[in-house]
Design a protein around this ligand. Sequence first.
Ligand SMILES: [Zn+2]
Length: 330
Amino acid sequence: MQFSEIQGQEKAIHILQCAIQNSHIAHAYLFTGPEGVGKKQTALALAQYLNCTSPDLQTFVSCGRCPSCIQSISGSHPDLLILEPDGNSIKIEQIRTLLSKVSLRSYENTYKVVLINDAHLMTEQAANCLLKTLEEPTDNTVFLLITSQVQNLPVTILSRCQQISFNLLSPSMIQDILQKLHPERQSQIGLVTALAKGSVSTAENLLANEEIAEARQDFYNLLIRLAQSSPAQIISWCEQWDKNKKMVKALLELGQLWYHDALMINTAGQIQLLVNQDYLAPLKSQKITPQHLLQILQYFQTGMAQLESNASPRLVLEITLLKTQTALTA
Ligand SMILES: [Zn+2]
């Protein structure tokens, strides 16, 4: 992994590169920020660069050919230790095993890089055990703690690490990344980007999730004929999502995108900006006034807030769709 392969995190990478340039690499870094924005990739790029035997010092590119780079690329570098949670937590035994490996001399006499993913999942004992090592840093060892929930880490750990924050990615950046990774899914990329809210991993999960793709199709078929549907039909359609908060949330987001697209067609005629490119014809045939569309979008917004405050998912969906149907037939 190279720094140049990571998109949208120039600030975080710049801080690390300055530290490399000035030979001021901290003993412990804490990479914080949302899921799926490049924290782990940055950690891997740093590890590879630090142990590359002929890096380009001007551009911070590791050579990719030396034995160390080859081991880094294949994920088998003996001086790169990666710790992932075991189930829902990182346990003290895991930290002990890890630290026993850290205390061994590095194989190549260069950097030992210790990557702890989802560091907020350390148990209290695990965190205390790690803390002792962080308090007595060894030369040429770098701890890279990664977390998306910095608020759940003990202050003692925070105080021992230099924190580097990673930000959400812009929609255009996510679109670029997805287009490179999944050119064959072109028609869905706009939609997935809109739902992903700045996280590449969320976008990839959505692309891989057939259940959401099916539910979307089914839901949009309902929205297309919503004005002609009876309240009983709407209620019966919602039954299948009883207690399924995750899916109801996705449906409410999809509904917002649907009516937002309808509003775009209705007001600006900006077809190239539509999220649901694959539903262009049915969207165009939705004859709804902008005033009603704004009202409907408000209903979905309210539904989303109610869902967040733990209202029954099915009830929220029913009420949102029934209110929408009333607005459509008003
Ligand atoms: Zn190299």
